[in-house]
Design a binder for this molecule. Structure first.
Ligand SMILES: Nc1ncnc2c1ncn2[C@@H]1O[C@H](COP(=O)(O)OP(=O)(O)OP(=O)(O)O)[C@@H](O)[C@H]1O
Length: 95
């Protein structure tokens, strides 16, 4: 795993999974957690793929290249914020 962001997502995924075992999530809560963690991973992979593709096409400053990279990074950020909200909704009632 060379991408630093991927390592952060992997660490966060392991941490919330461990927390899930500790607090004893229900089946449906596990499904929601796995979908959320998997979604962040999948989006990060697509973001990296878009970054690499843009870099392959050009290393000059191009507005369309900027837009493609910023939108892909924005998708990861947006879903990560949703993931945090889902995490709070899942875990807060357990304490
Ligand atoms: N060819 C380009 N033309 C215009 N803007 C670019 C270009 N390449 C990068 N940028 C801008 O610079 C920012 C940083 O680009 P970079 O390729 O380092 O991506 P990054 O999001 O920092 O990647 P990483 O996830 O690897 O840290 C992009 O989000 C984009 O706004």
């Amino acid at each position: 795993m060379k991408e630093p962001n991927m390592r952060v997502h992997a660490a966060a995924g392991l941490l919330v999974s461990a927390a899930g075992f500790i607090v004893g999530l229900s089946e449906i809560e596990w499904c929601i957690l796995l979908l959320t963690v998997g979604g962040v991973f999948a989006l990060e992979m697509i973001n990296t793929a878009i970054e690499k593709t843009v870099d392959l096409v050009t290393n000059e400053f191009k507005p369309l290249a900027k837009m493609a990279k910023d939108l892909a990074a924005g998708a990861v950020l947006f879903f990560s914020l949703i993931a945090v909200i889902i995490g709070v909704l899942l875990f807060l009632p357990k304490f």
